[in-house]
Design a protein around this ligand. Structure first.
Ligand code: 13P
Length: 253
């Protein structure tokens, strides 16, 4: 049986303030009432409260793009899980490749953030993926397994609550989508790895694909047995594109 799909929009550092409100309003009209797919949008921190307000009464959930593992403290510039919850956030993206590559995130910090999210009842969307050089060196599975093993036991402590997002770095923002076969190969390897934590964890954990997902390639990806959703960057900044991707997701009860 297909797991319930998750379609998440990562707005990155776009659509703050008024532009975020406008996009949220359009999304609510275009795909705000779907009961068969989990739809999530992750705006920049400054737009969270205003977007939460727009999403009220719709079925679209609010996500954040990062969190600090501590609940509070002297951590200038950081935001904690309780603060996100208070702003209406229910999901949080952790370990995105841009954070790993540009902001020094490590496998250890990713695990600590996953633990903090789970402790406070935020659903983590934990990202992993290989670079082009790693793929060309034949190291794709070695790299994603290493990234995965750092947080897997923590994620498995609440089966089905958090999700994993496979985002090959070479496919992000490049228009080069992984082929359906390339994506499914990694997703099925991750599913087998999840089984190390028990059959329930393997069966219930949703694994999203991210990297140049667009309305015209979404259906083929989402049709794969181990692809349970999409983490969408560029195409999530336009309500029509994002909602066409949502509409491409198989329905589940
Ligand atoms: P694009 O969809 O723009 O390739 O971005 C993917 C991504 O990084 C989502 O987190």
């Amino acid at each position: 049986m297909k797991r319930r799909a998750v379609i998440a929009g990562n707005w990155k550092m776009y659509k703050g303030g008024a532009l975020g409100v406008e996009l949220a309003q359009k999304l609510v009209v275009a795909c705000g009432d779907l009961a068969t797919v989990d739809v999530v949008v992750a705006p920049p921190f400054t737009a969270l409260a205003a977007v939460a307000h727009e999403l009220q009464g719709s079925r679209i959930d609010l996500g954040a793009q990062n969190l600090h593992p501590a609940a509070e403290g002297a951590f200038t510039g950081e935001v904690s899980a309780p603060m996100l919850l208070e702003s209406g956030v229910r999901w949080v993206i952790i370990g995105h490749s841009e954070r790993r590559q540009l902001f020094g995130e490590t496998d250890d910090s990713v695990r600590d953030k996953v633990r903090a999210a789970l402790e406070h009842g935020l659903r983590p969307i934990v990202c992993l993926g290989e670079t082009l050089a790693e793929r060309e060196a034949g190291r794709t599975l070695e790299v994603v397994h290493r990234q995965f093993d750092a947080f897997a036991a923590t994620l498995a402590s609440k089966p089905g609550f958090g999700v994993v997002a496979y985002e090959p770095v070479w496919a992000i923002g490049t228009g080069k989508v992984a082929s359906v076969e390339q994506a499914e190969e990694v997703h099925s390897a991750l599913r087998a790895r999840l089984a190390n934590h028990g059959p329930e964890v393997a069966e219930r954990t949703r694994i999203l694909y991210g990297g140049s997902v667009k309305p015209d390639n979404a259906a083929a990806l989402l049709d794969q047995p181990n692809i349970d959703g999409a983490l969408v960057g560029g195409a999530s900044l336009d309500a029509e594109s994002f909602c066409r991707i949502v509409a491409a997701a198989p329905s589940a009860a």
